[in-house]
Write a protein that binds this ligand. Structure first.
Ligand code: BES
Ligand code: MN
Ligand code: ZN
Length: 495
């Protein structure tokens, strides 16, 4: 849920109030135009606190009597904590956390570039996110009710307020997209089934996204039996949602495809009980695509972008698909379903094929919480990247470094592809045993990709349950929205 924090930009001449935040440079120097008495006080406090200006380290002091300020907080800010925008998000998030309880916070950002100040603001908003819709007593995290409900005001004093506002106008929709993705992933599956999910997606038409929905009958007509086979064990019918943002004239579109399994019980190859509740987040790939479309439309990106999400519940009633069942995908490929828990690739097989067949995109990037094995390989700090294209991989890698939504390229190859050869059908939906589980899953997807540049991001470790950081305290991280927004912004927008 969106935070109750508000952001404004003022000129450096405006009188600061509340808590004043100073961003210290290298060596701990606080180089801004403080009045002399305050300046010596801060310098003395810095020396007593042995403050060296290390990134995100801080100290604070009470403002002197008679001052318009309550407190002064000094935060180390210049030394980079990562590359690019993520540094400023961390700084913003950390300022929001360290000024908790203050109604008004003035951040002295006169020496920062507009984009840097705007990213600090984004970090403040992302830090303020909390999924508390179902808390009837607002007392989570030891906060009292009043403090949680109070709207907090953050004023950034900058050299050029108009330039900072412009920069922020380009970032705020991205924050909205991340918040939307987090909300969708945090939402439990009893509330968010495929039909309810589609209702949320349709709201994007309010910001100019064209939305089209395929129901079960439409998918049957198209021959999407890989996706439909997964859905048949649930009384809740599947949907395929197609979102289009047309901001790029008559260029061929770029395309993003997401796995949207609203809950993954495993089906007849059922999962163990411990931790199964996390499978409400098995639609994290689709949430990233939906959040991205929200971001691109909100900032009126000059690009043509298609987003496609396959929404199903992998449940287990008497109609559920069985191990050994053979289904025919829209592409015509026949698949032996040897493990009903390897369902994401079945959903994506039809969504990817449909996407390239209908839209002839410049590239396709799919996102999926696809394998537990990627968590074994990379933990929570990189998504697995699998691709048939070096340029697309390099661009995704760079976007990952800038945003902090990092990716790590993994191999594909004929040796792995062999592992999914079928015994009774063309292919089977699992490899041999546990070896290279994330790679054989990627090989499976590649069987449904023709010549188009394609990348698959396995986000099982990054979309949810990743450790909290300065700008994310939520179980669902919203991973992928900022990464793909950066990819589009840096390479696929007409000027
Ligand atoms: N949704 C899971 C993958 C997953 C696991 C996501 C943990 C997030 C956290 C996926 O559908 C799945 O069950 N994959 C199986 C594949 C196996 C049956 C080949 C897995 O990873 O065990
Ligand atoms: Mn599964
Ligand atoms: Zn799954």
């Amino acid at each position: 849920m969106a935070s109750r924090n508000t952001i404004s930009f003022t000129s450096v001449d405006a009188q600061p109030s509340g808590v004043l935040v100073l961003i210290a440079g290298e060596g701990g120097a606080v180089t801004n135009g403080l009045p002399q008495d305050l300046k010596s006080l801060v310098e003395r406090a810095a020396s007593v606190a042995k403050f060296k200006g290390k990134a995100l380290s801080s100290f604070e002091l009470l403002a002197p009597a008679g001052s318009a300020l309550d407190r002064v907080l000094v935060v180390g800010g210049k030394a980079d904590t990562g590359s690019g925008e993520e540094h400023w998000l961390k700084l913003g998030g950390s300022i929001a956390a360290k000024t908790k309880g203050a109604d008004v916070v003035t951040i002295a950002a006169g020496t920062l570039a507009p984009a840097e100040a705007a990213s600090i603001a984004a970090g403040i908003l992302l830090r303020g996110y909390e999924f508390d819709r179902y808390k009837t007593k607002k007392k989570a995290n030891g906060d009292d009710e009043e403090a949680r409900d109070a709207a907090r005001e953050f004023r950034l004093s900058v050299a050029d307020a108009d330039a900072a506002k412009d920069a922020f106008a380009g970032i705020q929709p991205v924050v909205d997209g991340v918040v939307l993705a987090r909300d969708l992933v945090n939402e439990p599956a009893n509330v968010l089934g495929p039909v309810e999910y589609v209702a949320e997606i349709e709201k994007l038409s309010q910001v100019g996204v064209e939305v089209e929905i395929l129901d079960e009958a439409a998918m049957r007509d198209l021959g999407m039996h890989a996706l439909l086979g997964v859905a048949q064990g649930s009384p809740r019918p599947p949907r395929l949602a197609i979102m289009r943002w047309n901001g790029g004239g008559d260029e061929a579109p770029v395309a993003f495809v997401g796995k949207g399994v609203v809950f993954d019980t495993g089906g007849i190859s059922i999962k163990p009980a411990a931790g199964m509740e996390d499978m409400k987040g098995d639609m994290g790939g689709s949430a990233a695509v939906v959040g991205l479309m929200r971001a691109l439309a909100g900032r009126k990106a000059k690009a043509n972008v298609v987003g496609i999400v396959g929404l199903v519940e992998n449940a287990v009633d008497g109609m559920a698909q069985r191990p050994g069942d053979i289904v025919k995908a829209m592409s015509g490929t026949t698949i032996e379903v040897l493990n009903t828990d390897a369902e994401g690739r079945l959903v994506l097989a039809d969504a990817l094929w449909y996407c390239q067949d209908r839209f002839k995109p410049k590239f396709m990037v799919n996102l999926a919480t696809l394998t537990g094995a990627i968590i074994v390989a990379l933990g929570n700090h990189h998504a697995g990247l699998f691709s048939n294209n070096d340029e697309l991989s390099e661009r995704l890698t760079q976007a990952g470094k800038a945003t902090g939504e990092k990716v790590w390229r993994m191999p594909l190859g004929p040796e792995y592809d062999k592992q999914i050869e079928g015994k009774f059908a063309d292919i089977k939906n699992i490899g041999n045993g546990r070896a290279a589980g994330s790679i054989t899953a990627a090989q499976f997807l590649q069987r449904f990709v023709n010549d188009v540049p394609w990348a698959h991001l396995d986000i099982a470790g990054t979309a949810m349950g990743s450790p909290a950081n300065e700008y994310n305290q939520s179980w669902a991280s919203g991973y992928g929205v900022r990464l793909l927004n950066r990819l589009v912004e840096d390479h696929y927008e007409t000027k």
